[in-house]
Design a protein around this ligand. Structure first.
Ligand SMILES: *Cc1c(COP(=O)(O)O)cnc(C)c1O
Length: 389
């Protein structure tokens, strides 16, 4: 690709591989196998395959390769490996790099399945996992002892949108020799500066903003080529977490509109946060784009999600949920449709009450993912629902 093009232009074209028909829209190569021109060619390919020499779809596929190259370009990574889901990516990144006896320090406010992999799975294989408050740099300093293998966190946490100081945590981690692995779903590839700020690997659930229309599962691990085409690819290709070519195609077409969608959704989230921030029915209106948010300086773009903490607790939260018209009650995020969820009774239902309270997930907390509807309509819908209280 022409290096003078900006990211937004390249996001429409990067990585394209065309068949002999020169199709304009990228093709879905729905094939698991590849036909070798000779026995010698097959032998050579198994010995060492170039990037565009494919063997089996679990290892790689042309449609998947377009998605990987396009996403790596947008994120500013050397390379990417696409995965069947965000969790296949998180599991792959951790399993590819860690071994028994290693120590991992992670932020406590994690997506539930990430917590399961760290505590249950890695724990069973003799990896020591220490959880800290992600916003407390002193806690990171204490926990990241020399020889720590990796740190893992969501730069913007779910659902209370705490912002981890990525550059500072990366400095602490690198001083101890630890790799920095960031689950960057809430920041999105549009607003992420993770690699500039010191991340070694970034993982995404493509299911969220990258698809952006709630259709398919997908994920990716991004980082230096020697790691992605080295231990990450080796682990992923043998353990079976490859994305299907169809899902990769949905995701790569999503990348063409990602910038426009995420910026429009973030503008909507900002308008809603500003419209509600002084409403006395909320104990807290949480949006990193608001000047008063403790993570504002680290993530002034704010993102596409906000959290509203209703003073009236669960009863008020359920009443508002049930009175909404446009907002859908669901637990996806990053979708074109605006989505609202009550974490305490759904995504975080299984956590003990005291863990929920440490994480700030109270009975009145609602998490909102702003979609592509007119933000004025979304705000009016919220206000009408609040007026039923
Ligand atoms: C959704 C999500 C995941 C898991 O992604 P799937 O595609 O559902 O497997 C991991 N981390 C974060 C922060 C997420 O939001």
């Amino acid at each position: 690709m022409d290096r003078d093009w900006t990211k937004r232009t390249r996001a429409v074209h990067e990585g394209a591989r065309r068949s002999q028909f020169a199709e304009l829209s990228e093709a879905i190569f729905l094939t698991q196998g590849f036909d070798y021109p000779s026995a010698e060619a097959a032998e050579a390919r198994f010995e060492k395959a170039a990037r565009d020499e494919f063997i089996y779809a679990r290892y790689g596929n042309p449609t998947v390769a377009i998605f990987e190259d396009r996403l790596a370009m947008i994120e500013g990574a050397e390379d990417a490996f696409a995965c069947a889901s965000g969790m296949a990516a998180v599991n792959g990144a951790l399993m590819a790099l860690l071994k028994a006896g290693d120590r991992v320090v992670a932020a406590r406010a994690l997506f539930g399945s990430c917590l399961y992999i760290l505590e249950e799975v890695l724990g069973r294989f003799g990896v020591e996992v220490v959880l800290v408050d992600g916003t407390d740099l002193e806690a990171w300093r204490r926990a990241v002892t020399p020889g720590t293998a990796a740190v893992f966190f969501e730069m913007i946490s779910n659902p209370v949108l705490e912002v981890v100081d990525l550059p500072a945590v990366a400095e602490i981690a690198h001083a101890a020799g630890a790799k920095v692995i960031v689950d960057n779903v809430f920041a999105t590839p549009v607003f992420s500066r993770a690699f500039e700020q010191g991340a070694d690997l970034v993982v995404y659930s493509a299911t969220k903003h990258i698809d952006g229309q709630g259709r398919c599962l997908g994920g990716a691990i991004l980082g230096p080529r020697e790691v992605i085409r080295g231990p990450v690819q080796t682990y992923m290709k043998h353990s079976g977490g490859a994305i299907s070519p169809f899902n990769a195609w949905v995701m790569l077409k999503g990348l063409e509109t990602l910038d426009l969608r995420v910026r429009a959704q973030a503008a909507g989230a900002r308008l809603i946060a500003e419209g509600l921030k002084d409403d006395p029915r909320f104990a807290r209106v949480i949006y990193p784009g608001l000047a008063g948010h403790p993570g504002h300086a680290l993530f002034p773009e704010g993102g596409t999600l906000l959290a509203l903490d209703l003073a009236g607790g669960k009863e008020a939260a359920f009443k508002v949920l049930n009175a909404l018209d446009i907002w859908r009650i669901s637990n996806n995020l990053g979708d074109a449709k605006s989505i609202i969820t009550h974490p305490a009774t759904t995504t975080h239902q299984n956590l003990p009450e005291e863990t929920r309270s440490v994480l700030g997930i109270g009975p009145g907390l609602l998490r909102l993912s702003v979609g592509l509807e007119d933000p004025a309509d979304l705000l009016a819908d919220l206000r009408a629902a609040l007026d039923t209280l």
